[in-house]
Design a binder for this molecule. Sequence first.
Ligand code: HDE
Length: 697
Amino acid sequence: MPHNSDHPKHSAAEGGEWHQRSDKAHPTLTTQQGVPIADDQNSLRAGARGPGLLEDQVLREKLFHFDHERIPERVVHARGVGFHGYFENYKNQSELTKADLFQRPGEQTPVFVRFSTVAGNKGSVDVPRDARGFATKFYTQQGNWDLVGNNIPVFFIQDAMKFPDLVHAVKEAPDRGFPQAQSAHDNFWDFVSLMPESTHMLMWVMSDRAIPRSPRFMEGFGVHSFRFVNARGESHFVKFHWKPKQGLQSVVWNEAVKINGADPDFHRRDMWDAIQRGDYPEWELGVQIFDDAFAEEFEFDILDPTKLIPEEQVPVTPLGKMVLNRVVDNFFAETEQVAFCTQNIVPGMDHSNDPLLQGRNFSYLDTQTKRLGGPNFTHIPINAPKCPMHHFQQDGHMAMTNPGGRANYEPNSWDDNPGPRENPEHGFESYPEKISGTKVRERSPTFADHYSQAWQFYVSQTETEQNHIADAFVFELSKVEREDIRIRMVAHLLNVDDALAGKVADGLGLEALPKAATAAVVPRKDLPVSDALSILKNGPSSFAGRKLGVFVSEGTDAKIFDALKAAAEHEGAVLAVIAPAIGGVTDSSGRKISANEKIDGGPSVLFDAVALLPGDKDIQKLASHSPVRDFICDAFAHCKFIGYNTAAETLLKSAGLADSKDDGCLKIDSKEDSCSRFIERCRDLRYWPREDAVNKV
Ligand code: HDE
C-alpha cells in the first residue's frame, strides 16, 4: 500500500484530465463564498484511509446545499413544463378594456406559459388521463397578469370549499400511497359519483381532451367569467379562450398507456423539440364578450364554473396571438419557481363572483408562500414584473430588492426621496358592482342543473369521440372495486344520455340498469349541438408539425426514402428514422442513413403516422422480430396511416395484417407521387373507419 505522502492527489486514470482544466470555458470551481476549490474529488480525512474531518468546509457546504435542493412540489399541477414567448396584440380594444396590453396594435408583451397535468406528482408521466393546466403570466407594462386556465372550459366543483376533497379523492390514497397520476380508482369515482355537479366535467375528462397529443395541440380556457372594464368604467363579462394554430389533436387511450412507458416525457420533449427547431407553437387569445342582459337571459348561471357558453351562442373575439419561441435556461429557476396567482390582474380587468374563483384568489398566494419559502417570491426573476415597481413593502426571507432611502411609510414629508404615491387616474380600481345580500352558506338554485350541458357536450361529439367517451368510462369504472360506486355512476349517466349509460352498463357487465339518479332540475334535451366542443371537427387538416416514423433496414431503397423525406419536409412534418440498430443502415445506394431510434426504443406510439421502408435483406428475420411486429400492430390498432413498400408486405403478413389492409394503408413505391399522396392522406391524422374493426370483441 503506498504511503500517504507519496500518493498523487488524483491521477489521469481517475479522470484528472477531465476535472482539472483551466481555460475560458472552464472557470475555476468555487464554493458559494467564491473561494477557489483545489480538489472536488476527495473529502478531507486524517490519512487516506482515516476518518473524515469535521472541519472540511468544502464538503459540508456542498452536502448542506444538496440536502436542501428540493422545494415542496405543487399540491396540484406538480408536473409541468414552461416556455417563454410573447403575446402580440391585434388592435386597440379601449372600448372593451383599458388593460394596457390590449391598447396598441402589434405591441408585444413577454409571456411565460406553464403546461401541467393535475393529479400526478412531479415525477409522474406526461400522458395520463387528466385535465391539463395552461397557465400564462403576461409581463405587462402595468404589472403582471396571470391567466391560470385549463385545457377544459369547465371544472368538477362549484365551490372552493370542495377543492381539497376533490384533490384528496383523485390523488393517491393516504394509506397506501397509490394509485398515482390517474383517476381510475375507487376514491375518485366514489367522490364524483356523490357530487352530481361533476358530471359535465367528467364528460370532458373521459373524452380525448384528457389525453392530448401535446400541449401544442390543446385549447386553453380561463373557465370563470371575468370582467373587462374600459376607461369610462363600463364593464363587460368575458370568458378567455386559447386556440392553437396547430389545430386540435389527441391520442387514443391504448396509445397513451404505451407512450407513458416508452417516453414519460412525451409532452415536454415534443414542446422542447418543436421550439428548438424553430417550429414555434402559436395560440390565438380570444374572449367571449357578454353583458348583464345576456347573463340574465342565458340558460345557466354565468358564475357557475361547471357551465360553459357555447361559442355558437357567443362567438370568440380574437384579441391577439401568443408565440412560444424560447426554452428555459434552467428548469428549476424558471418552471419550478414560477408562481401563478389568479389574483394577479391588471387595471382594466376584474374578477367575477364565481365562488371557485373567489376561493382560488386566496389559495394561490397562500400556496406560493409555502412552496417558495416566504413573501418575497416576487423577487425571483421569473416572477418579477418587467415594469417599474415602487412600494413600501420590505424585509422578510430572502429580501433582495428592498426600496432605498429613509422613507418606508406613506404619507411622509421627506423632500428627498419620499417614495411613491397612489395614482387614482391609472391605478387599479375594482368595478363598482352593486352587492347586497344576507350572509349565508348557500348554493344558488341557478347552479342546480348538473346534466344538461353534459348531454350537450356528448351529442356535439362525432361518433368516434362518443365511443371513446364510453370506453373511457368503462375502463375507469372497471378499475373501481366497489360495485355500488360503478352503479351510482351509471345512474348519473342515465340523466345525461340513455345510449351512453347503456353502453357503459354493458361494458361493465351490469345485469340491469339502475334507476336514474334524482336530478334537482329536469335535464334538458333541447340544447343545440356545438361543433366547437369536438376535437375531430376542429382538426388541423395539415400534417405540419407532426412526426412521421420511418422504419428502414439494410438496403432500404434510397430513392423512395429521399422522396418520402422531401414530401414530409415540404408539408412541414418531422421525419424520424427507426432502424434495427441505432448506428443506422446502409441504403441501396451505399449511403449511410443514421437512425433516431432503435426499433424497440422507438415504438410507433411516438409517431403520428408510420412508413415501413425496409430493404429486402434480412426481411424474414425482421418479420419475426417482436418489436417490429409491435411497431406495425400498434400503428394499425391506433388507426394511424401506414405507408409500406413491397418488402414491407412480408412484415405486414407476419403481423397478421396481410388481409386487413384498408384505405389507411398506402403503398409507397417509386411512382413519382406515391410519397406525396401518402403525406397528404396523413393530414387526416387517423383513419377512424378502421377503429370498429380493430376494437370489436
Ligand atoms: Fe388551481 N391551484 N385551484 N385550478 N391551478 C394550483 O397553485 C386551486 C382550478 C390551475 O403551472 C395551486 O401554484 C383551488 C381551476 C393551474 O404553476 C393551488 C381551486 C383551474 C395550476 C390551486 C382550483 C385551475 C393550478 C397549486 C378551486 C382552471 C398550475 C400550486 C377553488 C381554471 C399553475 C399552485 C402552475 C395550481 C388551487 C381550481 C388551474 C393550490 C383552491 C378551476 C393551471 O393554489
